[in-house]
Ligand binder design. Structure first.
Ligand code: PRP
Length: 204
């Protein structure tokens, strides 16, 4: 049995489509169900940020999760494959009229990605004040709580509509197929078969 953790939403839909063709059976979670069993597979729906912990603790053998979450949480997982979907960027942004000054040691940065933000500014040898938020990050500089934000940008609409600009792109992000190291060892053939199949699917 291979247990698969999927992040609710578009990435789960896309991943399930690939698994559907892999096992040649329709896969559909009923209503509010969180577990779906089909043949040798058990799929579970979790929050995006929770995928690594399910895989790390072995509740799931493999999972699909954004590189942003992997980089933020730094769990010990095997990164099997960049799936090339769920693409977006992690960027630092600030109000259109604001001149970003990377030499200002008093910058206040709002973000939900504290570790990525710390690392980014540490590489610039800057200590900044990080304000941890859980959503609507773009609001913080608009109300004067932060000078800038570190956040995900997909279409750019949220930043544009809130009069923010991108100052620097920190990282390109996409969904990754990951595995628990013990599961990868114990079920190597099956997991490699899945990895190979996903490779063929993302090429076309
Ligand atoms: C994410 C992200 C941005 C927005 C970017 O937020 O934090 O706010 O999407 O997308 P865009 O570039 O296409 O506008 P999400 O929708 O996950 O909600 P949140 O504010 O609750 O984090």
């Amino acid at each position: 049995m291979i247990k698969v953790a999927l992040p609710k939403g578009r990435i789960a839909d896309k991943t399930l489509q690939i698994f559907e063709s892999f096992i040649n059976k329709p896969l559909c979670f009923k209503d509010r169900k969180l577990i779906l069993t089909e043949g040798n597979f058990e799929f579970m729906l979790v929050r995006n940020q929770d995928v690594p912990i399910y895989v790390e603790r072995g509740a799931a053998d493999i999972g699909v999760v954004g590189l942003d979450v992997l980089e933020e949480q730094q769990n010990s997982l095997v990164r099997l494959l960049n799936l090339e979907f769920g693409k977006c960027k992690i960027a630092i942004g600030s109000p259109n009229h604001y001149k970003m000054d990377f030499s200002n040691p008093n910058l206040k940065i709002a973000t939900k990605m504290v570790n990525i933000t710390k690392k980014f500014f540490a590489q610039k040898a800057m200590s900044v004040e990080i304000i941890k938020l859980y959503g609507s990050i773009e609001l913080a500089p608009l109300v004067g709580m932060a000078d800038a934000i570190v956040d995900l940008v997909e279409t750019g609409d949220t930043m544009r509509q809130n009069n923010l600009k991108i100052d620097e792109i920190i990282m390109e992000v996409s969904a990754y197929l990951v595995a628990n190291p013990n599961s990868f060892y114990a079920q190597k053939l099956e997991i490699l078969r899945i990895q190979d199949y996903f490779k063929t699917q993302i090429q076309c």
